[in-house]
Each structure stands twice: as C-alpha cells, then as structure tokens.
Design a protein around this ligand. Structure first.
Ligand code: HEM
Length: 385
C-alpha cells in the first residue's frame, strides 16, 4: 500500500486485487477490494465496529462521531446532520468563493507555482477557520496542530511509532484540546454565527451536545475535514494537468464542474481506505475473520469495480448516475460531504476562470502520501509557460 507505483496509479492494480477476492494479511487483518464486500463491511456496524483504542489516535476520548458505533452514533448524527446539510452549507458559498479567489489572485501572475503550498494546503484550513469564526491569521497555528497530529513523523523525521513521534502526537493532542477549549469558552460567553455557537445552541429531541462532545467533534474536524479536501484537490489538479482535453472541457463549460468533481472523487478516491474491527469471529467475502482483527476496505477499488458500475475504467464528467463511495457508506458516511463538494466545486471554478492553462513541468514524478492520497508537492507551470 506504500508502493509509490501503486499510490500513483492504484486504478491499474485494483482489477488484479479484486480477482483475488478478500485477502488475509496475517497480523494486519483482512483486505477487501470488491464493492459488495466493502458494502457489507460498512453497513454491519454490530459485527464490524468503528470503535478503536484511543491509544491509536493519541486522543483522550474517541473521536465523535467517527469512532462511536450505533445506537449512540445515531444520536450524534441527528444533531450534526442538519448543521452540515446542503442548504446550510450553501450559506458558505460567498465566503468560500472569496477565499478561493484571494488565493488564486495571489498566484495567477506567476510562471510556476507549487499548488500544494500555495493553494491546497491553505484553502480547506481557511474554510474551516471561517466556519469556526476565527481570524485567518490563525492559519500557521492550525496547520502546525493538524500536521503534529496527522503526520508527526513528517516533523520528527522518525517513524510513527518512534518515541519522539508518539510524544509529539500526545503533545499536539493536548494543545488541540486546549485550543478548542478556549474557542468553546469564547463562544459560550459571546455566541456568533459560527459552527461552535450552533453546536452549543442545537437541541434535538431534548438532547444537547456536552462541552466534551463539542471538543471531540472539533478535534475530528481537524483530522477529517482538512487533509481530505487538500488531497482531493491535489489528485484532481494533477489529473487535469495531465489530461488537457478534460481540463479544456471544464474551461469551455464550467457547468461540467459538479460532474467532474464527482467523477474525479470516484476515479481518484483520495481517502483510500476505511477500517473496522470485528466484534466476533466471523467471515467476509468468504475469508474468515477473528474477533478483534482489523478489516480494511479499499474505496477506490469499490469505485472501479465492474460489478458496481458500467465502464469503470472510463473517466466521464457526465457520468450519471455516479454512485461512488469516496465519502464512505452506511452510518458513518461522511458528515462533511456537502461542505467538501462545495469547496471542491468552488476551487475548480475559481481556478479555471483565472488560470485556464497549466501543466506539470517536464520530468515531474508525483510523490503521493499513503492512506490519504495527497501530494507532497505539485509544481504547475501556468499560462502555457
Ligand atoms: C473530499 C473530501 C472528503 C472525503 C473524500 C471524505 C471522506 C470520508 C470518508 C470515506 C468517511 C467515512 C469514514 C469511515 O467510514 O470510517 C468520512 C467520514 C467523516 N467525514 Fe469526511 N471526507 C471529506 C471531507 C470532509 C469534511 C470537509 C469534513 C468536515 C466537516 C468531514 C467530516 C467527516 C466526519 C465528521 C466523518 C465521520 C462521520 C461519522 O462517523 O458519522 N469530511 N469522510
């Protein structure tokens, strides 16, 4: 899974993996690649649980709602879903457009830019700061917290399980709790039109979120809502840079952008996998699973499974229907999918309105990260230069 060739073009490897069915991986559990098996994994939370030991995440408590199983999980989603509905997210259209325009304006006149450093790393974090009602100059603090938590190894230069990386993870987790503690206290004292104020005021069937609930939700947003969008943007822009005909179709007809976002989410599946823990001895896809074992599903493989959709190997921006599972499936399906879609559509729209022509420099070899397929760097030469 960490093989650079696989990360660069997993779509070429998936058919061979699917032909082998559910794969036992010894101590690392079982790997699923077929759409039907992954659907079974994600829609049976009694057998395949999302609860994991918090020692694995470095947090004090489980992340809400990601690491909570039904029925408690349903209570959280009842409160959270309306706050992230398509209608609610539409209210963010204006502010998100402004953020994207500002970033594009700052680079449009350059000859060569690093899309990662100058756009994809910043944009989702700026959106999140706006959602939280925080000033944009908090960005460096935010990026530091995110990286210290998500990839401490990139800062310490030591493997993830090395004591230095574990210590940084723990230190960052405490700093994140402290940071959001202060944000919640501020909003309690002076509510505004931001997401934390909404968390504080929302009541569904007599249930409210506690201070700790809100803290744990904010923590998860940092983990789930930033790198996922950055990675999607990286995959999409590299794809469009490498396929000038597809890029030209978006420039000529921006109405294709929503369809392109869905198709590129399907094809690139930036969140590569989801994992569950067996609550008892069982089997899936004909493969025995022992209680406590991890079962991992490769979303990109499900999204290119010929048993699930016609012509899965063809990238078509007008694919309809397009029932991909890049946002997962079942009870834990992505809470932020409407926000993510809005961000991705706006980013592609604003970028292509100002920068219709770009390409990767000759000889550039993309280096993808694993688990979430983001790029470490994406140089783009602008305007046919
Ligand atoms: C294109 C960007 C994104 C992709 C591809 C993506 C993908 C996913 C996937 C695959 C899951 C399911 C995980 C599982 O089943 O274990 C998930 C869950 C989740 N995502 Fe996203 N996500 C994206 C953006 C966002 C954003 C912007 C937010 C911020 C609000 C967000 C918040 C969440 C939350 C809170 C969950 C947990 C839902 C639950 O457990 O009920 N995601 N996401």
């Amino acid at each position: 899974m960490e093989n650079p060739a696989f990360l660069a073009a997993p779509q070429a490897i998936f058919p061979g993996l699917r032909a082998r069915g559910a794969l036992p991986l010894g101590d690392r559990g079982v790997l699923l690649t077929r759409g039907a098996d992954i659907a079974a994994l994600l829609t049976n939370p009694e057998v395949f649980s999302s609860g994991m030991a918090t020692t694995q995440t470095g947090t004090e408590r489980p992340l809400i709602p990601l690491q909570i199983d039904p029925p408690k999980h349903r209570e959280y989603r009842k409160i959270l879903d309306p706050l992230f509905s398509p209608q609610r997210m539409k209210e963010m259209d204006g502010p998100i457009t402004q953020l994207a325009r500002r970033l594009v304006d700052a680079i449009a006149a350059e000859d060569e830019v690093d899309f990662v450093q100058q756009f994809s790393l910043r944009f989702p974090s700026q959106v999140f700061l706006t959602l939280l009602g925080l000033p944009l100059d908090e960005l460096p603090t935010f990026l530091e917290m995110k990286d210290g938590f998500i990839r401490p190894e990139s800062i310490t230069g030591q493997p993830r399980d090395h004591e230095d990386s574990v210590a940084l993870l723990k230190k960052t987790a405490s700093a994140v709790y402290e940071y959001f503690d202060a944000v919640i206290a501020d909003r309690r004292a002076a509510p505004g039109d931001d997401i934390v104020s909404r968390f504080l005021e929302t009541e569904v069937e007599g249930a409210r979120l506690s201070h700790e609930d809100i803290l744990d939700i904010c923590f998860l947003f940092l983990v789930a809502g930033l790198d996922t969008v950055s990675a999607s943007l990286d995959c999409m822009m590299l794809h469009l840079a490498q396929h000038p005909d597809r890029r030209a179709s978006l420039v000529a007809d921006p109405a294709l952008i929503p369809g392109a976002v869905e198709e590129l989410l399907r094809w690139e599946s930036p969140v590569m996998m989801v994992a569950r823990f067996a609550t008892r001895d069982t089997e899936i896809g004909g493969c025995p699973v022992r209680k406590g074992q991890v079962v991992t599903g490769l979303l990109g493989s499900a999204n290119t499974d010929e048993q699930e959709l016609p012509d899965p190997g063809v990238v078509r921006f007008d694919r309809d229907p397009n029932r991909h599972i890049a946002f997962g499936r079942g009870p834990h399906r992505c809470l932020g999918s409407h926000l993510a879609r809005l961000e991705l559509r706006i980013a592609l729209r604003e970028w292509h309105a100002r920068i219709p022509d770009y390409r990767v420099p000759d000889g550039f070899e993309p280096g993808f990260t694993t688990t979430i397929r983001s790029l470490t760097t994406l140089p783009l030469r602008l305007g046919g230069r």
